[in-house]
Design a protein around this ligand. Structure first.
Ligand SMILES: Cc1ncc(COP(=O)(O)O)c(C=O)c1O
Length: 371
């Protein structure tokens, strides 16, 4: 059976390593292995001494314990270390969904969340975020109308890629109440958790709030370590966890040993990596505020509330055509919203890299000549 092309990854595979000015990436500033070991106070010898045998299927026990510490009620046993974060999306949807289930997906969404769900289930209902004057909102009336007796799963992602939306604590609790009351599972993608801008805005994980949830997180975004391919799922339900681990034997068997060791180093470095990336994002958002004020007739700026990305309205006939031409003509990479289950009149900006200011300056010069 065919699956919809993974447009975002095809687009980045084509342009990311040949386009000089990346304005749309979702990860944050990365570092070398040496810098990571230094940040965690580890001796280089620890990596050199690592044996490259098979590892434990569910993940290294020390790493699972370190991950569990970031949650309020989660036990080491609830944690499954993955071969990569994206693997967690496939495993969760494969485990929870059957073809005749009905599923609801918050859109726009990172392609895999929609495409894999639609690959497995015939009845997938899209739940669009509502654009409001200053940002985005959850439309609970619409959600209630979308839910049916066959609804098995609601798929969400907070902080949200690509809008930068973060629900209030009350709205998040309300969503969980709806799911609990109707006996619906919740998949909550928390890959950008820890990138909140204001103290106190960080939500408790869905894993702590709801027993029938599966939560994905990892080190690609908040910690800026996407090359480590380190991610994990939190699954409190024992039966679901063991079915999921069975699926995992078909995809990665066990996590890569060097990735697990370096993930442990990253977690032992505490807040250092997330702090650095939050501060890069804050600085870049100030530049973005000025840029979008200057070009307010061309863009519709809704400032993100958390995470490393924002979805910005753009006054062109087709954002996809514009992005392809911009990459070729100006060497600037923006991502069109049409890849993520949305209209063709928005583009994603990403604020997590130090190179953002230079790239924005370059794009500004291009707009001065071409608008
Ligand atoms: C919401 C979301 N989930 C999962 C992933 C997958 O993460 P990774 O690319 O590190 O596997 C991404 C990557 O962009 C994402 O944005």
């Amino acid at each position: 059976m065919k699956i919809t092309p993974f447009e975002t990854e095809h687009f980045f595979a084509h342009y990311e390593f040949t386009t000089p000015h990346l304005l749309s990436v979702s990860d944050c500033e990365s570092m070398t292995v040496g810098e990571l070991l230094e940040a965690s106070g580890w001796d280089n010898q620890k990596l050199a001494n690592l044996r490259l045998g098979y590892t434990e299927s569910q993940g290294n026990p020390d790493l699972r314990a370190a991950v569990a510490l970031d949650y309020e009620t989660i036990r080491d046993d609830d944690v499954i270390i993955l071969g990569s974060p994206i693997e967690g999306i496939y495993l969760t949807l494969r485990t929870l969904l059957r073809p005749d289930d009905q599923a609801i997906v918050l859109v726009p969404a990172y392609d895999a969340l929609i495409n894999v769900t639609e690959h497995i289930c015939q009845d997938v209902r899209r739940w669009p975020l509502k654009a409001v004057e200053r940002g985005w909102q959850l439309d609970f009336d619409l959600l209630e109308r979308l839910i049916s007796d066959d609804t098995r799963l609601i798929v969400v992602n907070f902080p949200h890629n690509p809008t930068g939306f973060l629900p209030t604590h009350d709205d998040f609790a309300h969503l969980i109440n709806i799911a609990r009351h109707r006996g619906i599972w919740l998949y909550c993608d928390e890959m950008y958790r820890g990138l909140e801008y204001q103290h106190g805005e960080r939500l408790s994980s869905a894993a702590d709030l709801y027993e029938n949830s599966v939560v994905l997180s990892g080190l690609s975004k908040t910690h800026g370590l996407p090359g480590l391919r380190s991610g994990w799922l939190i699954v409190r339900d024992e039966r679901v966890r063991s079915t999921l681990i069975n699926w995992k034997h078909y995809t990665s068997i066990c996590p890569p040993a060097p990735s697990e060791l370096l993930a442990l180093a990253a977690l032992e470095a505490g807040d250092r990596l997330p702090d650095r990336n939050r501060s890069i994002i804050q600085g870049n958002l100030k530049l973005a505020d000025k840029f979008f004020t200057r070009w307010e007739a061309f863009f519709r700026w809704r400032r993100p509330q958390a995470g490393s990305v924002a979805l910005v309205g753009i006054d062109v006939p087709s954002a996809a055509t514009y992005c392809h031409n911009l990459a070729k003509d100006a060497g600037v990479l923006l991502l069109p919203s049409s890849f993520m289950g949305f209209d063709d009149h928005h583009v994603r900006f990403g604020f997590g890299r130090r190179s953002f200011s230079r790239a924005l300056e370059h794009y500004n010069g291009y707009l001065e000549k071409n608008l």
